[in-house]
Each structure stands twice: as structure tokens, then as C-alpha cells.
Design a protein around this ligand. Structure first.
Ligand code: CU
Length: 71
């Protein structure tokens, strides 16, 4: 897919599996977001998304609204 992108965000504040789940649910709720992977130890969130449907700013907003800080 030409419009499929992958972004890796540095996210502060995730400390346990509950946080991982919260971030994943917040992102999966967005239209156009595909696979979400969270690396708790590295504080990284990998997101596959369709640029035609969702912008990276919306993805960052969703993480921040879930209560975490995107660096
Ligand atoms: Cu937690």
C-alpha cells in the first residue's frame, strides 16, 4: 500500500502492561491505524497507519490524551 506508513514514537510515562494496553486501545480507536507495537523497556511505540485516513499529529494527540508524553 502506497499510503501505508510506519512511525516510531518515543513515549514517556509507560510503566506497566496496563499502560501498554491503554496506549494500544487509544491508538486502535483511531480510523486508519493498523498494527500497534509497544516496547515498554525502550519506551517506544511503533504504529502502522494509513496516511490518507489519519495524520501523525492525531496519533500523538491520542497518546497524550491517554496520559502519556510523546517526545
Ligand atoms: Cu501502567
Amino acid at each position: 500500500m502506497a499510503s501505508e506508513s510506519k512511525a516510531v514514537l518515543n513515549v514517556e510515562g509507560m510503566s506497566c502492561m496496563h499502560c501498554v494496553h491503554a496506549v494500544k486501545s487509544a491508538l486502535s480507536a483511531l480510523n486508519g491505524v493498523g498494527n500497534v507495537d509497544v516496547d515498554l523497556a525502550d519506551k517506544k511505540v511503533s504504529v502502522v497507519f494509513n496516511q490518507d485516513q489519519v495524520k501523525i499529529e492525531q496519533i500523538k494527540d491520542a497518546v497524550e490524551q491517554a496520559g502519556y508524553e510523546v517526545k
